[in-house]
Design a protein around this ligand. Structure first.
Ligand SMILES: C[S@@+](CC[C@H](N)C(=O)[O-])C[C@H]1O[C@@H](n2cnc3c(N)ncnc32)[C@H](O)[C@@H]1O
Length: 402
């Protein structure tokens, strides 16, 4: 028997915000998740779903608002699934994200990190250079609905503009809308903004041809709407500089390299750099990025990270190669579960783990911490203001190398 039932109205006190953006409250000890709330608030919420160990409820009334609450700047907030934290002032969003990282380290990684986790941030709107538009046809003579998924649904929430996007992408959206039904728009369209304009995947007439480019400090990176590239152009340089670090070395490995955002700066302070990336399209653009930025000492391998690590370990065992001084890894959201034991075995003196999911990062770090690595620092980057997402860089050193 659960102590709550669907439809029931509950008065609750919000404890914290969980990764994903929902508030966590308890009714008679039973966890109730409620979106659009702030820690410390007293709220009234209506239960809409009950599971064995938790329930989900909808906010009906804020009984005692938090000083962190604000009225959300975007009128689609709450309906659109893109943002979860617009109802919080930006400093409160930043605090919340640091808590996500602390919580994951402790609960998932078993890591009691007592030191501060600084969070680097910049402007909270107009930062995003990539968008994935959901497009739903309407009638034969009507323009399609274009927007993002509705919160908790696959339906399209039509938006006329989006405040987290750079202005060029909002102009791109207006142009898309102007193209109307006759162009046979796809159901999903990726769009990215670069120096040459806005490119789309699939390509559309009147838009830029990929790869488009983005400057990062003195370097220039080509990328495409359908290849991975960090979405926040304002923090790109700071993130790359921190992920790479200042230490010079002989060899560095850049795992999950994408189009080489970290491979290029690594090539500035290492004699040899190898990037590893499994998406052939990203590898093609990445190799051109190495050439365009004059990185003759760097190569980008088209391979899966697990396979590349296995072959490097064989070469090290045969005395034909040495472990690199530094490994930077930046896996996708699912983390690097299969690669972690191999990485631990490689025993590079330094490992910098860049992550967009604190939970999988904490799980993976545990493997390294169980293999004689220690954590040097943990830094968060607010690459995705207004959303629950947070980027983290954890830098580790092998105890024997200290
Ligand atoms: C989060 S992105 C990081 C890209 C790059 N470090 C950056 O910051 O632009 C992860 C990348 O890993 C690649 N990837 C995913 N699984 C992989 C695997 N098993 N082996 C190699 N690359 C993989 C994806 O194609 C993607 O480009």
């Amino acid at each position: 028997m659960t102590p709550v039932a669907v439809g029931e109205l509950l008065d609750l006190e919000v404890e914290r915000i969980a990764f994903g953006g929902e508030g966590v409250a308890r009714h008679e000890g039973f966890v109730v998740f409620v979106p659009l709330v702030a820690p410390g608030e007293r709220i009234r919420a209506q239960v809409r779903e009950v599971r064995r160990t938790f329930a989900r409820a909808e906010l009906r009334e804020v009984l005692a608002p938090s000083p962190d609450r604000r009225s959300a700047p975007c009128r689609h907030f709450g309906t659109c699934g893109g943002c979860q934290l617009q109802h919080l002032h930006h400093p409160a969003q930043l605090r919340t994200k640091v808590e996500f990282v602390q919580h994951a380290l402790k609960r998932i990684g078993g890591i009691w990190w007592q030191r501060e986790i600084p969070i680097r941030s910049a402007q909270e709107f107009g930062y995003r250079i990539r968008a994935q538009w959901q497009i739903a046809p309407r009638g034969p003579d009507q323009p399609p609905a274009i927007g993002f998924h509705r919160a908790g649904s696959r339906e399209v929430c039509e938006v006329e503009s989006c405040p987290i996007l750079v202005p060029e992408l909002n102009a791109g959206l207006a142009r898309l809308r102007g193209m109307g039904a006759e162009h046979g728009l796809p159901r999903v369209l990726d769009m990215a903004a670069g120096a040459e304009g806005v490119a789309t995947d699939p390509p559309l007439p009147g838009f830029a041809v990929e790869p488009i480019t983005q400057g990062v400090g003195a370097d220039t990176f080509g990328f495409a709407p359908q290849t991975f590239f960090q979405g926040n152009r304002v923090l790109l340089q700071e993130l790359a500089a921190h992920a790479v670090g200042e230490r010079a070395g002989y060899a560095a490995l850049d795992l999950y390299a994408g189009v080489g955002l970290f491979t290029v700066p690594l090539a500035r302070n290492h004699a040899q750099v190898t990037g590893v990336e499994s998406d052939p399209h990203a590898v093609r653009i990445g190799r051109a990025n190495l050439a365009r930025n004059g990185c003759e000492n760097a190569t980008l391998r088209s391979a899966r990270v697990e396979d590349a690590l296995r072959s490097l370990l064989r070469a090290v065992a045969a005395g034909k190669a040495q472990p690199p001084d530094l490994v930077v890894l930046d896996p996708p959201r699912i983390g690097a579960r299969a690669a972690m034991p191999l990485l631990a075995q490689l025993a590079a003196p330094r490992v910098h783990y860049v992550s967009c999911d604190p939970a999988t990062m904490a799980r993976d770090l545990r493997v390294l911490l169980g293999a004689d690595y220690r954590l040097l620092d943990v830094t968060a980057f607010d690459l995705f203001p207004q959303t629950y997402h947070v980027e983290t860089v954890a830098r580790l050193a092998l105890a024997a190398a200290e």
